[in-house]
Design a protein around this ligand. Structure first.
Ligand SMILES: [Zn+2]
Length: 307
């Protein structure tokens, strides 16, 4: 199995400029580039006259002004949020104050998030985020001239939604499937079993384009989803191989699999390894020993899984 995923990482971006990426769909990239956001968060404007904004992005004045400029003379009816991470949802309230529209999202999930939860926590999660309209899987958000089917796709975040543009075989995938990198699965916010199940669900669809929260259009959706799944299976195998070799703590597994990383990315890598270990433990393929703290535990293969 191959480890590397091929992404188009061309770096042409005009911040603040609305670009038509498909008929009736405009994209504005927010100027918040970073190790998790690539060139920045993609904000999509769907429809014309009556517009849905998908992921207003960060609460960045210039970005919100760009959305206002692009929709001048139009009516923003919906502000849809793929998931309540700061880089996607912080702009929702200030945009609503400017342009109106209902904020539509999954809403609270009951999963520990943000400050109460270890891991990347508050740095990413707006645990207090609450939409005006809470939607569920297979709901439809209707506007004039278009409709968006709601797909609940937990994994990266428990509240993660994708939105399928009805009749267009086009899905706004948020951070579930991205155009530039694999998705970070960081427990407790992220859940590997959910993530893989959500990917399998995308495989059953016949979409022809994904428009992700970061990075460019994905015009071979099924191929990318299959590559995501293959990548995770490969990563799981490399972790099992570590356990077989006695490389059995998270810091040592990270050092072996990822080499030298910045402190931030090292934390994300550690959480990703933890996500895989949790998934292995759930299936009785591995066990944690020796500590209550999951970061200082020793991990071993379960007897039943050893070959
Ligand atoms: Zn994001």
């Amino acid at each position: 199995m191959s480890a590397e995923l091929a992404f188009n990482r061309s770096v042409d971006v005009d911040y603040g400029v609305a670009e038509e990426v498909a008929p009736g769909i405009r994209r504005i990239v927010a100027n918040n580039p970073g190790p998790y956001t690539f060139l920045g968060t993609n904000t999509y404007l769907v429809g014309s006259g009556h517009v849905a904004v998908i992921d207003p992005g960060p609460a960045d004045e210039a970005h919100l002004a760009a959305i206002a400029k692009a929709t001048r003379g139009e009516r923003v009816r919906h502000i849809l949020i793929t998931h309540s991470h700061h880089d996607h949802c912080d702009g929702a309230k200030p945009l609503q104050a400017k342009l109106g529209g209902d904020i539509v999202a999954y809403g609270p999930t009951g999963t520990p998030r943000g400050a109460d939860a270890p891991g990347l926590g508050d740095a990413f999660v707006d645990a207090a985020f609450a939409p005006d309209v809470a939607v569920r899987d297979s709901d439809t958000v209707k506007s004039r001239g278009f409709a968006l089917d709601v797909l609940h796709m937990p994994g990266h975040a428990p509240d993660h939604l994708c939105f399928a543009l009805v009749g267009q075989r086009t899905v706004f995938t948020g951070d579930h499937v991205m155009g530039w990198n694999t998705t970070v699965i960081a427990p407790p916010e992220g859940n590997m079993a959910d993530f893989l199940a959500s990917l399998e669900r995308l495989m059953t669809r016949r979409d022809k384009m994904f428009l992700p929260g970061h990075g460019g259009r994905i015009q071979t959706p099924q191929r990318v989803v299959r590559a995501y799944i293959t990548h995770r299976k490969w990563r799981e195998q490399t972790i099992l191989a570590c356990l077989d070799e006695g490389v059995c703590t998270i810091p040592r597994i990270v050092a072996k699999l990822y080499g030298a990383l910045d402190a931030d990315l090292k934390e994300a890598a550690a959480l990703s390894v933890l996500a895989h270990l949790e998934h292995l433990i759930d299936r009785d393929m591995a066990a944690a020993e020796g500590a209550d703290d999951r970061f200082s535990a020793f991990y071993v293969r379960s007897a039943s899984s050893s070959s």
